[in-house]
Design a protein around this ligand. Sequence first.
Ligand code: SAM
Ligand code: SF4
Length: 333
Amino acid sequence: MACLIDPFARPISYLRVSVTDRCDFRCTYCMAEQMQFLPKRDLLTLEELDRLCSTFIRLGVQKLRITGGEPLVRRDILHFFKGMSRHLASGELRELTLTTNGSQLAKYAGDLAAAGIRRINVSLDTLDAAKFTEITRWGRLQQVLEGLDAAKDAGIRVKINTVALKGFNEDELLTLVEWCGREGHDLTFIEVMPMGEMGEETRLDQYWPILDLRAKLAEHFRLIDSDERSGGPARYVRLEETGQKIGFITPLTHNFCESCNRVRVTCTGELYMCLGQEDRADLRAPLRASADDAALEAAIRDAILRKPKGHDFDYSRGKVRGQMPRHMSHTGG
Ligand code: SAM
Ligand code: SF4
């Protein structure tokens, strides 16, 4: 099998693709309320997205995660998922999945399951309807809860992603853990990352270190460290009392880069070799230059050879260092 290996001997087997920069929510840590979205012609078409993902799969990508913006607000996105399911059927792709805010799940869960999606990540920071609207600005909790029920009915496993936000959801730690336990969802907490131009002060105000969160959890449960790794930034523990698996994503507390197996493509076809660095390669030009995939394949191979060793995020000494000017919705997290 063709394989993409970076200069630090890391095989690249995981691709995350953002299919839109648009979203029906405006989460305060992710987007400004008034966003200037890209003109449609700049976005890869669904056919281009199919060629791009299929090329990566030919080169050895085994796990594909679709994200955004909100992937399920892209028109006809189901058509793309149905197309990708042929790579699951052939066995080349091991997992097709997505990260979503859940707002459109009630509509799509059944079709996603039929396309071979077995697990999804759903972002949810609070179970309080008023706080949900405060943090997402435009979202309605009830709609997401209905979407989660639909996913469950369709047999899709759910992992809830919760951004740890100081003074916002600190008081819901146990409620969230218990609710996920009852619903049968996995749960991962994410440290807020310095993405987008939101000002140092806001970002530091929101920063609730995962180490603090973990310590608070340990006051109520016995945490058993798990060796399980996904090649990504998540570390897992098991709660002895309930058997639940809880993940922590701590890009700022830990350095996880040594086992990084992933790259990201934006909705305009820019390949980012590292979430925390600016270097990128344009894949839209080779995609549009010819119907043949040779130039695209060469551009991908060339870019992987430039994958950096790691990111430079750092909140130490009360300063935000290594801050990236782009928003999370640009690369899809
Ligand atoms: N709209 C989808 C969603 O919300 O799941 C997918 C895209 S969203 C950008 C992907 C993930 O990034 C979400 O779990 C969101 O909470 C997270 N995220 C956005 N901005 C973030 C930030 N500044 N720090 C940490 N996580 C962030
Ligand atoms: Fe939209 Fe997801 Fe960003 Fe929230 S985190 S604004 S749901 S893209």
